[in-house]
Design a protein around this ligand. Structure first.
Ligand SMILES: Cc1cc2nc3c(=O)[nH]c(=O)nc-3n(C[C@H](O)[C@H](O)[C@H](O)COP(=O)(O)OP(=O)(O)OC[C@H]3O[C@@H](n4cnc5c(N)ncnc54)[C@H](O)[C@@H]3O)c2cc1C
Length: 499
């Protein structure tokens, strides 16, 4: 029996924020492109992109202390913070373009304004925060950042955190009102719905099980139709592996040289969630603190106001943990199945180097709810267990690869791996993740469609006016873009906090 191959221009694996963003951009730039999406689950945005599986922070380095490390000479390195902020400005502009063009609507369902704060305790961290504030607040990207060590001022900013606080330790915070809470699940669903209207075929309950190069240079994608219990074969000139944590095994299946010597380190997570409106109403900010000694950057504790389904709630966490699964809905065999002869030594080297991290994650996993409450009480002194429930967060699969820093180095960023001929790309890693989906997908398109990308440039500038321009160095454009995107996305409204 001959096998039937259905041909298309582009296959997107996974219906998370990354595939949704890439598909939307491609359809704007090349409407004639035929695109198919295959999604293992029965809905879009159900894994890491789901609103309950991530922290919903519009990462722009306004409050995340791990983006501004202290250098050996005691000064603060703000390079990464600037880069992440500039990247988020690109995402804001693209979302704003989509709303203005009526391609998606009701921006309040996916983005809300919320102050971003950093809060630290103890003399050492207070000194660090002050230096961070001094380095950032003079930069136009961080305009409006305030700093205070005054407990009365902090009470105004974060009453829930300050009320009942007995500790005499020095405390300080920065606050900037231009932060956002992003419901990446809602945004993913809106984008996928829009794509369906553009005749993009979205196949739910279709799991990709293999990807192979065929003799005509196209990619053959083997898909398991879970409902029909049958195998399908599809061919495309370009495949994007946007399978979240499960991208690594699919990348390995392609066999491209760029897929070798890479491993994945899965980190699970838990959030504590409060829906008691009396408590929720006393807090109006995303408040990030310092990671504990020995803890990885992804386990920085934060207390966040979230807007989900039109309701406000508080999320605290994430508490990191260890699980061998690559997806929340994955299998306990994921990690073991990703071990190949070509990445064995990379993984072993990482294992030897990251013993402390593994131990930390296992300890975190063993925490009882009472112990988690103790961590929460460092933020909210009078927090009670009965007001908080535990929610399992998404999985983050951190990339392990050989770098100049040595064999088996753990990476904490988001990484795009592309084949030399640009015919396949995979997105690996987590932070800053969904917030930077737009710049990351622009990067994918520039690498995978180099000839067409030149032709697309004027449309890209129409969608994202600051593309290719440093906003930090163009204050007038920065102000114009911030004003216009705030207007279109409805980010100007302010809310009153009840003490
Ligand atoms: C605890 C936590 C907190 C986070 N906080 C933030 C934050 O505050 N801000 C931020 O910007 N980012 C945050 N992130 C990161 C962000 O959530 C991710 O970067 C982003 O959601 C990844 O999107 P994705 O589309 O690549 O993956 P996903 O959303 O995981 O989507 C992948 C999709 O692929 C599907 N799939 C997998 N395998 C297959 C297969 N074989 N065939 C077909 N389909 C398949 C899955 O079912 C899934 O729907 C956080 C992540 C976690 C886990």
């Amino acid at each position: 029996m001959s096998t039937k191959y259905e041909k298309t221009d582009v296959i997107l694996i996974g219906a998370g924020i990354m595939s949704a963003t890439l598909g939307t951009m491609l359809k704007e730039l090349a409407p004639e492109m035929e695109i198919k999406i295959f999604e293992h689950l029965d809905k879009a945005g159900e894994e890491s992109s789901n609103e309950w599986n991530n922290a919903g922070t519009g990462h722009s380095a306004l409050c995340e202390l791990n983006y501004t490390p202290e250098k050996a000479d005691g000064t603060i390195d703000i390079k990464k913070a600037i880069n992440i902020n500039e990247q988020f400005q690109l995402s804001r502009q693209f979302w704003s373009y989509l709303v203005k063009s009526n391609l998606i609507s009701n921006p309040e369902e996916f983005i809300m304004p919320i102050p971003h704060m950093s809060l630290v305790m103890g003399e050492k961290d207070v000194n660090f925060l002050k230096k961070r504030y001094e380095a950032l607040s003079v930069n136009p990207l961080f305009k409006g950042m305030e700093y205070s060590e005054d407990p009365e001022k902090l009470k105004e900013w974060v009453p829930l955190i300050m009320n009942g606080r007995k500790s005499q330790e020095p405390i300080a915070a920065t606050k900037i009102d231009s932060g956002t809470d992003v419901n990446f699940g809602a945004l993913t669903r809106m984008l996928i719905e829009h794509l369906q209207k553009q005749n993009v075929e979205v196949n739910y309950k279709h799991s990709v099980t293999d990807i192979k190069r065929s003799s005509d240079g196209m990619w053959e994608v083997k898909v398991h139709d879970l409902d029909g219990c049958k195998m399908e074969y599809h061919k495309a000139k370009f495949v994007f592996i946007g399978a979240g944590g499960a991208s690594l095994p699919l990348l390995q299946a392609t066999g491209i040289p760029e897929s070798k010597h890479i491993g994945g380190f899965p980190v699970s997570g838990l959030f504590m969630v409060c829906n008691n409106q009396e408590i929720v109403e006393k807090h109006h900010a995303k408040v990030y603190s310092q990671a504990k000694v020995g803890a990885p950057p992804m386990s920085v504790p934060h207390l966040d106001t979230r807007y989900i389904d039109g309701k406000k709630s508080l999320l605290f966490g994430p508490f990191a943990g260890f699980s061998p699964k690559f997806l929340k809905t994955g299998s306990n065999m994921d990690l073991f199945a990703s071990i190949k002869p070509n990445n064995l030594f990379t993984l072993l080297a990482a294992g030897a180097k990251e013993m402390k991290l593994t131990k930390y994650l296992i300890q975190q996993l063993m925490l009882s709810n009472e112990q988690r409450l103790e961590e929460l009480q460092e933020f909210i002194p009078d927090a009670k267990l009965e007001d908080w429930e535990i929610v399992v967060a998404g999985q983050r699969v951190q990339v392990i690869k050989d770098t100049d820093a040595g064999k088996g180095t753990l990476q904490f960023g988001t990484e795009v791996i592309t084949a030399a001929d640009g015919s396949v790309a995979a997105l690996l890693g987590a932070s800053p993740g969904a917030s930077t989906a737009v710049p990351v997908m622009l990067d994918v398109m520039s690498k995978c469609f180099p000839d067409r990308f030149k032709e697309w440039e004027s449309k890209i500038k129409e969608m994202i006016p600051s593309y290719g321009i440093s906003l930090m160095d163009n204050t007038a454009l920065l102000e114009e873009i911030q004003a216009s995107t705030s207007e279109v996305l409805g980010l100007n409204e302010k809310e009153v906090v009840h003490n």
